[in-house]
Design a protein around this ligand. Structure first.
Ligand code: PGA
Length: 239
């Protein structure tokens, strides 16, 4: 059975609510059958949900506790309340800039699921780990711990090699497919997205790979022109 393709945009710390609304209004007419997700800043989630377009709106992070004295944090219940349908967890910037551990990410995934929010769980090796031949070991550890005790029914996995994120260095379709095939044994038929410098000109060859079920796009999701071209690729590729 062909798995559905998901094209997700991660806006990181870009776009105000107003800029986001303009973007989504421009993009929505270009989205037909495709599954298109956007993760804006927390501040823009409700305004984008309120536009009621077919684009699925979610968050880039959340806290793992139900509630409490956690100054500056946002809970799963708060995300749910404003209409967020998914949350990106374990992104390499959260792991490497904010020091998130596999155990913390596991708790966040469980909390999101308890609240009925779909997790996009990101994993990926650093350049050093790849060069040391440790890619599979790292991915296995991230999956084993991150998904311990997790019901996979609504999970989306995203393979994002750290060396390809925001660097302009995309994994070749062969390198990405090899990693996706490795991850497939752990998540069965759940979608596995590729992320790391996805652009309109490399999207087609990546999506043609049997185990690549879509993308998590950073930089190229910030312009309607480039993001819509990536969404279009989905129509052309026969997998
Ligand atoms: P990039 O980011 O497309 O800018 O490399 C991908 C991501 O961080 O999810």
């Amino acid at each position: 059975m062909k798995r559905k393709v998901i094209i997700a945009g991660n806006w990181k710390m870009h776009k105000t609510a107003q800029e986001g609304c303009t973007f989504v209004k421009d993009l929505a007419p270009l989205v037909e059958e495709q599954e298109v997700y956007i993760a804006p800043s927390f501040m823009a989630i409700k305004p984008l949900v309120d536009l009621k377009t077919p684009i699925v709106i979610g968050a880039q992070n959340m806290h793992d506790a139900v509630e409490g004295a956690y100054t500056g944090e946002v809970s799963a219940q708060m995300l749910k309340d404003v209409g967020a349908q998914f949350v990106i967890l374990g992104h390499s910037e959260r792991r490497h800039v904010f020091g998130e551990s596999d155990e913390l990410i596991n708790r966040k995934i469980k909390r999101a699921l308890e609240e009925g929010i779909q997790p996009i769980f990101c994993i990926g090796e650093t350049l050093e780990e790849r060069e040391q031949g440790r890619t599979h070991e790292v991915l296995k550890r991230q999956i084993d711990t991150g998904l311990a005790g997790v019901n996979l029914d609504t999970l989306i996995l995203a393979y994002e090699p750290v060396w390809a994120i925001g660097t302009g260095k995309t994994a070749t379709p062969e390198i990405a497919e090899e990693a996706h095939e490795f991850c497939r044994q752990y998540v069965g038929d759940r979608p596995i997205l590729y992320g790391g410098s996805v652009k309109p000109d490399n999207a087609e060859a990546l999506l043609a790979q049997p185990n690549i079920d879509g993308f998590l796009v950073g930089g190229a999701s910030l312009s309607v022109e480039t993001f819509s071209k990536i969404i279009e690729v989905n129509k052309k590729v026969i997998r």
